[in-house]
Design a protein around this ligand. Structure first.
Ligand code: ADP
Ligand code: MG
Length: 256
């Protein structure tokens, strides 16, 4: 059964048709991959699902309920968490304070950004999640001092605060060193083992092949091909799509 169903979603920005009738079903309990050349609409699709961008047409269903057009906080509080291609953390807050912002967001409103407004239980939960992703030792540092890979881990912990059923990750391995990439992959598998569903945009094909059950390839705002990672990798239409775009990520996809 599809936990997340995207049906015929379109969106244009001025003259650019970022999404055109894009449809995608994500099965409950799966780790779904989303790949495609730069500019094919992957991030826009995430933005539509999570309420950051309005769709011109089409529907988004979460557990068969229509959530099209809901605001980001509503979508987050409902149980769809996401990370961003470029991390969005509050650099001047500490790591644990960033987590407390997430706690408040998951309740749908902000009480204020300081620790004193949070309960002991909320701080404990925040620290547990930081422990889970392996950065509890950095809790009191300003988030601005974290490395790029550590920021990605903080974002993952942030998303987990709302205990989401579906987690959308936008390029979790992009710009991250191999050790942290492995840790991120390991955490995704562990969370999937607990029943969480994932939809992951990623260019690193080794990562996609190692964590995803199914992969969908986007091209010019549409779903081009879906299949197992192996099927998609050997599909000539996929290579054509990357070649046609003159994309510099072709080598990663073709060569792994
Ligand atoms: P991907 O994530 O697959 O690289 P995007 O979804 O970011 O692709 O972008 C798809 C297309 O939509 C691109 O041509 C991009 O320039 C355009 N686009 C995305 N967001 C905006 C925006 N806010 N304003 C204008 N154009 C946008
Ligand atoms: Mg993108």
């Amino acid at each position: 059964m599809a936990i997340l169903s995207i049906a015929g979603v379109s969106r244009s920005f001025g003259g650019v048709q970022a999404l055109q009738g894009c449809s995608l079903d994500v099965e409950e309990g799966s780790v779904a991959g989303l790949i495609g050349p730069n500019g094919s609409g992957k991030t826009t699709l995430f933005n539509v699902v999570t309420g950051y961008v309005r769709a011109d047409a089409g529907r988004v269903l979460f557990r068969d309920e229509d959530i099209t057009g809901q605001r980001p906080n509503q979508v987050f509080a409902r149980g769809i968490g996401r990370t961003f291609q470029l991390t969005r953390i509050f650099e001047r807050l500490t790591v644990v304070e960033n987590m407390l912002v997430a706690t408040q967001r998951s309740e749908g409103w902000l009480r204020g950004l300081t620790r004193s407004k949070s309960s002991v239980a909320e701080v404990d939960t925040a620290l547990e999640l930081l422990e889970f992703v392996g950065i509890a030792g950095l809790a009191e540092l300003h988030a601005g001092a974290l490395s790029y890979g550590q920021r990605k881990l903080l974002e993952l912990a942030y998303v987990l605060v709302a205990d989401p059923q579906v987690i959308l990750l936008d390029e979790p391995a992009g710009g991250v060193n191999p050790t942290l990439i492995n840790r991120i992959a390991e955490k995704i598998r562990a969370l999937n083992g607990q029943g969480k569903t994932f939809l992951i945009v990623e260019h690193n094909m080794e990562f996609v092949m190692s964590v995803c059950d199914r992969v969908t390839v986007m091209h010019q705002g549409c779903n081009l091909v879906s299949g197992t990672p192996e099927e998609v990798r050997n599909d000539s239409r996929v290579l054509d799509a990357y070649l046609g775009g003159g994309d510099d990520e072709l080598e990663e996809v073709a060569g792994g």
